[in-house]
Design a protein around this ligand. Structure first.
Ligand code: SN0
Length: 317
């Protein structure tokens, strides 16, 4: 069993419930992973993903090896039949087989390059490991998705939504400005997760920031942020670069920054963000530090999201 996208969750409801049970008793399955090893391979920076996945593995009794592949590993080649006389030292074909001999599970972070849409869509790094490794693979954010984040977000929504009575929660995914071109992965997996929830779900962003239509599907898109925020119970904020003008920053419109005034349009809405977040660009200090911000709880739930995923995989080994 691999955990590559939200589609690998057979029942989101059950997984969220099981994750919440684990949160109550994190060491309950301490024996399950004993003498098993997970290798975490990072091709990009990480704080929450690295520490929460490591913690989840430890709570399941596993050994954990971490490698910052971008800094410490050989530069990998992924193409077929390449004459490797340039900068790449090793092919994923050997690397994946070798790492599979040391690890029972391999987890990989490899962001979108944001230069070539087709290359990113093909998930060269993740799919290279899936193809040539002989052990289960976990996605710790690939070019297309961040399913550990979205699972943690589902846990957070479930925990928090007890305060919402007699109606479906209204959840808004809002674009916000950012100085850099960021990937679509977090937004994509959040959408895929929300499409499986019994909620009113609205996506809002400036024109030109439409996400992959294959992922957005039938989900509602509202270009007027203020209108989208009306009556919202949750404002899930994320910047992403343009998908159409692939990887470009075509707007830094500060009127999209999440402010107290914007939050006042909502139904006592809670602010959510996967972190790291640029203060006073994506969201103002007051909102981030208010009692209505769920960001620290979201980060805590990363552990239980990772733990339920690893538990499911360990049960198949
Ligand atoms: C990543 C992203 O996919 O947007 C990881 C989020 C979990 N975020 C960034 O790269 C932010 C970088 C920055 O400089 O703000």
């Amino acid at each position: 069993m691999n955990y590559l996208s939200i589609k690998d969750i057979d029942s989101l409801e059950n997984w969220v419930k099981e994750a919440r049970d684990l949160k109550q008793d994190p060491l309950k399955y301490k024996q399950l992973g004993s003498d098993k090893t997970i290798g975490l391979l990072f091709f990009n920076p990480s704080l929450r993903t690295r520490l929460s996945t490591q913690k989840a593995a430890q709570q399941l009794g596993m050994n954990c090896m971490v490698m910052n592949f971008d800094k410490e590993g050989w530069a990998l080649e992924y193409g077929n039949g390449i004459i490797m006389d340039q900068g790449k030292s090793e092919h994923v074909k050997e690397a994946a087989q070798v790492i599979s001999q040391f690890c029972d599970i391999i987890a990989i972070r490899a962001f979108a390059g944001l230069e070539d849409k087709e290359l990113d869509k093909a998930e060269v790094v993740l799919s290279g490991f899936v193809k040539y490794a002989s052990v289960p693979i976990v996605n710790m954010e690939s070019s297309v998705g961040h399913p550990l984040q979205a699972l943690a977000d589902a846990i957070t929504l479930e925990e928090d939504s007890v305060r919402i009575k007699n109606k479906k929660p209204k959840v808004v995914l809002s674009w916000a400005p950012h100085p850099k071109a960021l990937p679509h992965a977090v937004a994509n997996s959040f959408i895929e997760m929300m499409q499986r929830q019994d909620a009113e779900f609205v996506i809002t962003h400036p024109e030109g920031y439409e996400l992959d239509p294959e992922i957005v599907g039938e989900s509602t898109v509202e270009y007027d942020q203020n209108k989208a925020f009306k009556g919202a119970d949750y404002i899930y904020t994320k910047n992403w670069s343009s998908f159409r003008e692939y990887g470009k920053v075509t707007s830094k419109d500060a009127s999209w920054t999440i402010s107290e005034e914007k939050m006042a349009l909502t139904n006592k809405g809670r602010f959510m963000h996967c972190l790291p977040v640029r203060r006073n660009v994506v969201v103002n200090d007051e909102v981030l530090e208010s009692g209505h911000s769920l960001v620290i709880q979201q980060a805590d739930n990363r552990t239980y999201a990772a733990q339920i995923v690893l538990k499911k995989i360990l049960e198949t080994l």
